[in-house]
Design a binder for this molecule. Sequence first.
Ligand code: LHQ
Length: 256
Amino acid sequence: MGEAAVLYAVGEGVCTITLNRPERLNAFNLAQHEGLIAALRQAERDPAVRCVVITGAGRGFCAGQDLADLGDQPIGQLVRRYYNTWIRQIRSLEKPVLAAVNGVAAGAGVSLALACDLVVMAESASLVQAFVRVGLVPDSGASYFLPRLIGHHKAMELALFGDRLSAAEAHALGLCNRVVPDGELQAAVADWAGRLARGPRSMGWIKRLISRGLERPLDEALEHEAYLQEAAVATADAREGLQAFQQRRAPDFIGR
Ligand code: LHQ
């Protein structure tokens, strides 16, 4: 049997999911879709996982659809059944998900990074809205994320021209949180992921609130905040947080 198309590892509360088809810059075939969907499901269910990191093996992050292996199902079905599934999983997972963009991301590979809650890019990594280059349209949420993140005109520029965007340009536009030297990506991601993995249960609810922030009226947001605040204050982590504050020490959160 060949190597798994997706690698899964858990350590100290951090689950690392690695797309593992480096010879194709981790472009998606069915095995990689299935591996990613299964990995995200496992990360959601495992209480030992408190933060998820998604990255790519080799010199690429993810080149989108494997154009040499389109399979034989109708494309609409492929998109609905696979791409849309893992995009929804990332957004609904009640744990922070961090994209460690180690190299080039293209097409749905960019969507994968943008769906995550935090994006850290290596200096030499880049983003390519490759869809138009092959006569296609943005998918996997690209048409949703891009205008929200960078506005209509810039989103149109990227989507219509499909030019490669450097990590520095992506950062200037607000498409990633941080750019770090290539050799420091792993350490930078481990630092953030470690902090998130030691965070309180409320992090999952923070994600739920912020993810819906742009979508709904103020009154609805206020009510949802009140509802979740009531849930948050009842957690062991909130009790610990308040006690630690009074005792002037760092809190020791357990994720519950
Ligand atoms: C690839 C790929 C790739 C196969 C590099 N496939 N082999 C959803 C559902 C259904 C239909 C279609 O679309 C979608 C969503 C999408 O994602 S559409 C967009 C699909 N992706 C692309 O169009 C990107 C295609 N790749 C590229 O433009 C370049 O490879 C990028 C800009 C990613 C990287 O360029 P370079 O750094 O110059 O690398 P390279 O082009 O030399 O690629 C390295 C190898 O990886 C090469 O194979 P080889 O055997 O010659 O070493 C490529 O053929 C292979 N590869 N992307 N998507």
